[in-house]
Design a protein around this ligand. Structure first.
Ligand SMILES: *Cc1c(COP(=O)(O)O)cnc(C)c1O
Length: 413
């Protein structure tokens, strides 16, 4: 058996990275990504041999005498075996020391912020941060005394300049960003953060751990909305924090239990089930996105295609270095202005009109009126003629035909 008596310290298991120390240590055995995604965090149940972690719908656990916990389980806010399995798998795929599963991406972010900052501290955040992240920093954390400064993640000097010496505790980035798909240099920004005594946090939702592992590039913490690619089926809301350092992990774990916004066992089960197929899904998302990009680049109704895989994308070389592939999100601008962008969204049929991303089904949206409506009139306003696609894993030809129809035709012979 490779499980340990402490459910929250034993996440590494035989398929993961070490359950003690840091990921920089040499390990005798580290399985490949897909093997870790499928096996890490769980060994077939000793009593039944169940190959998949059961949904432990229990709030409490029988003790063998006072304090005689079986496997460390005491109460399900603190730990639940279904969640422990997911957390172990998350740590293994991100090559972190420990993973923590939360009720949503924002719950994960909230726990991270409150675990690692105090009133009077300061954070640097992306100037085009995910809207909910910006709202959390601006409307929730700031009134409690955490100041923040926005900076463009693609500009190292601007990020460095936004740091307040002695006060900045977190440098928070997303890469690629939403919806303009700007790329931030994780390795360089980690060094910039560390020089200032701050931690680098990477929201890895858009890339997913299959395409990018920020902890291996020097980041200190990764956050996820597992609602997106990790869950992958648009059927569960969840979040995660994965941590590189033991000390920091202790603080996150303490806050996860103290604040209590944990993933329940049903949600943890679904998220874990999604994670197992992340590798094959992401490859198909990328295959289809590349085909969509090729199609859109030659389309007479399209004025610009934004995708890090394109050589003309400002972050292309960097993305090629730090990502396995370029992801499933594609943004493009149309020649006919906002009206045409809205029309494309309305006409698409295989692409479902909706917010969110990362599920098996393709989604289309108009950032200016939907996900990014709240930044209209500010520096962060997105072009009105912009359309964002979350390219799903349907038959590629159907996606191209749908886009062509939505654009008014003439994109294919
Ligand atoms: C969706 C999302 C979040 C928030 O996650 P929820 O699960 O919706 O709370 C955070 N960051 C990014 C990049 C997202 O796309």
């Amino acid at each position: 058996m490779f499980t340990t008596s402490n459910p929250v310290a034993g996440q590494g298991c035989r398929w993961g990275v070490s359950s003690v120390g840091t990921v920089s240590q040499e390990h005798a055995f580290k399985a490949g990504f897909e093997t870790r995604a499928i096996h890490a965090g769980y060994e077939p149940d000793e009593m039944t041999g169940a190959v998949i972690p059961p949904i432990y719908a229990t709030s409490t656990y029988k003790q063998d005498g006072v304090g005689g916990l079986r496997g460390g389980y005491e109460y399900s806010r603190s730990a639940n075996p279904t969640r422990t399995a997911l957390e172990g798998a998350l740590a293994a795929v991100e090559e972190g020391e420990r993973g923590f599963a939360f009720a949503s991406g924002l719950a994960a972010e909230d726990a991270l912020i409150r675990a690692l900052t105090r009133p009077g501290d300061h954070a640097v955040i992306p100037d085009d941060a995910y809207g909910g992240t910006f709202r959390l920093f601006d409307k929730v954390a700031r009134p409690w005394g955490l100041e923040h400064s926005p900076a463009p993640v693609g500009d190292v000097d601007a990020v460095r300049a936004a740091i307040v010496p002695g006060r900045t505790k977190l440098v928070w980035i997303e890469t690629p960003t939403n919806p303009m798909l700007t790329i931030g240099d994780i390795e360089v920004l980690a060094a910039v953060a560390h020089e200032a005594g701050a931690l680098l946090v990477v929201d890895n939702t858009f890339a997913s751990p299959y395409l990018q592992q920020p902890l291996t590039l020097g980041a200190d913490l990764v956050v996820h909305s597992t609602t997106k690619y990790v869950g992958g089926h648009s059927d569960v809301v969840g979040g995660a924090v994965v941590v590189r350092d033991h000390e920091v992990a202790e603080r996150i774990g303490f806050h996860q239990n103290s604040m209590g916004a944990v993933a329940g066992p049903f949600d943890a089960f679904l998220t874990h089930r999604g994670l197992k197929t992340l590798g094959v899904r992401m490859d198909r998302h990328c295959d289809n996105a590349e085909k969509v990009v090729d199609f859109l680049v030659g389309h007479p109704q399209v004025s610009e295609v934004i995708y890090p895989g394109l050589e003309e994308h400002a972050g292309h070389a960097l993305a090629a270095r730090q990502m396995r592939r370029f992801g499933g999100i594609v943004s493009f601008r149309v020649t006919g202005g906002e009206q045409q962008a809205l029309q494309v969204c309305a006409r698409a049929e295989v692409f479902t009109l909706g917010e969110s991303l990362g599920g098996v089904e393709s989604l289309i949206e108009h950032p200016g009126r939907m996900t990014h409506a709240s930044v209209a009139g500010t520096d962060l306003e997105v072009p009105a003629d912009l359309v964002r696609l979350s390219v799903g894993i349907e038959t590629a030809d159907d996606l191209l035909a749908d886009l062509d129809r939505a654009l008014g035709g003439s994109g294919r012979e």
